[in-house]
Design a protein around this ligand. Structure first.
Ligand SMILES: Cc1ncc(COP(=O)(O)O)c(C=O)c1O
Length: 440
């Protein structure tokens, strides 16, 4: 040990002398180089970025290792944690890929193929959203559209206000983009309705660039009304902000409620950006196709530069997504009936459990559930590691990761009702028994 210690000391002295003598480069550079050399010699890793360190784990996926271990033990797991629909993708979309005859799987245009964008424009017009093909950029999922949107409107240190709880990956996209999320709390007691506009107004600073909403909401299932969208329109116009609306669950609304898009509001033509995706609409999460939509030409031309840097969205998946637009209305009618039935079953069974509170979703296929426990992270892990009911357990998403405020949502979980009704009933029963046995 003493010999190694002496060697390191001599090594340091020689190198420091070298640093002092050399005038060609900055001290800092040599200092870094010295430590890089030293670290590689003693097998210490170079340092990763603070951005990387700050990147949050996905609350939806972080329990996967525990679930894998539980499965290896032979437990059956009802997966309520992830929004992967069990609904079949439209046959037209699958056939379009199977039957196509392309010989070269080439890049497409960066903004997406012309034919596909024309058809998306028709889809929007059918939904009373006046969008032209040149106001659409096809992306690799709604995820990339979110990244492009943040990159297009915000600089390092800029702020975006988001009602929370919100789709957990907004935290990750904001970190990757150097943007700070400023949360405004919506409450389970109000079913997660839009917080008063005065609450937004209090948070606006010179760094605020946008408000993001998710409509209908993941994880809340809340569907903003036309009046709420108009209130948001007035505040973004008053303060010169963008309004980004994540509308990937547009079709999933219940009880006859209609979705109202921000781009149905004419006043938002310069300020509005829609994030969209085929993932949930057509149960095509693996296609990885979405789009960014705006009537603001500068937004489109700037987002296009991000799109050019990554070359193009996937070609086969655009073929499938283009064909999916031919999906008959009957497909959606059946899917909506199915989800509504699941929602009703889930909510009514949850409401029977003592101490459980649930926000009733008006859209999408998620709900936030408040449990009589203190920490849902611990509880969710316990469900996988230490609990089963006749060899079965459930996997849920702890809700704290859907908030950016610290220590909020600790007693909440998010449930995705993407399982068949019978399985949902079994899953809620497992939750009930687990709560009875759990020692908080
Ligand atoms: C609200 C919301 N936005 C965006 C996405 C991203 O979707 P994708 O990248 O699969 O299109 C998801 C996925 O679950 C979501 O729930």
């Amino acid at each position: 040990m003493r010999i190694i210690g002496r060697f390191i000391l001599i090594d340091v002295l020689i190198r420091l002398r070298y640093i002092k003598l050399s005038k060609e480069r900055s001290f800092e550079l040599k200092f870094n180089k010295y430590f890089a050399t030293l670290f590689s010699k003693y097998k210490i890793m170079p340092i990763i970025s603070s951005k990387g360190k700050n990147m949050p784990e996905s609350p939806i996926r972080k329990l996967v290792p525990y679930a894998e271990a539980a499965k290896k033990e032979g437990k059956k797991i009802y997966q309520l944690n992830i929004g992967q629909p069990d609904i079949k993708s439209p046959q037209v979309a699958l056939d379009a890929v199977k039957n196509n005859t392309i010989d070269v799987l080439a890049y497409s245009r960066s903004e997406g193929s012309e034919e596909y964008r024309e058809k998306i424009s028709n889809y929007y017009k059918k939904n009373r959203i006046p969008i032209e093909a040149n106001e659409i950029i096809v992306t690799t999922g709604g995820s990339e559209a979110l990244l492009f949107a943040m990159g297009t409107i915000a600089d390092q240190g800029d702020e975006i206000i988001i009602p929370e709880p919100f789709y957990a990956n907004y935290n990750g996209f904001a970190t990757a983009s150097g943007v700070n999320i400023v949360p405004v709390i919506s409450k389970i007691e109000d079913n997660f309705a839009l917080p008063p506009i005065s609450e937004f107004e209090k948070l606006i600073t010179s760094k605020t660039k946008a408000i993001i909403i998710c409509n209908p909401g993941n994880p809340t299932g809340y569907l903003y009304s036309k009046e709420e969208i108009q209130k948001l329109a007035s505040i973004v116009l008053k303060h010169d902000l963008f309004l980004i609306s994540d509308e990937v669950y547009r079709e999933f609304t219940y009880d006859g409620a209609e979705h109202y898009s921000i781009l149905q509001e004419e006043s938002l033509s310069e300020n509005g950006i829609i994030i969209d995706s085929v993932s949930k609409r057509y149960s095509m999460c693996g296609a990885r196709i979405g789009c960014l939509v705006s009537k603001n030409k500068q937004i489109i031309s700037t987002a296009l530069k991000f799109a050019q840097a990554r070359l193009s969205p996937p070609t086969y998946a655009q073929i499938a997504s283009e064909a999916a637009l031919e999906t008959p209305q009957s497909y959606f009618d059946e899917v909506i009936v199915e989800y509504k039935d699941r929602r009703d079953t889930l909510v009514s069974h949850l409401q029977k459990i003592p101490g459980v509170k649930v926000g009733v979703p008006k859209g999408a296929f998620y709900c936030i559930v408040e449990l009589p426990i203190s920490n849902s992270d611990v509880f969710a892990q316990w469900l996988l590691e230490s609990f089963d009911l006749n060899g079965e357990t459930i996997m849920v998403a702890p809700a704290a990761g859907f908030y950016s405020s610290k220590n909020v949502g600790l007693n909440q979980i998010r449930i995705a009702y993407v399982l068949k009704k019978e399985d949902l009933i079994k899953a809620v029963n497992i939750l009930k028994i687990a709560l009875e046995q759990y020692q908080d």
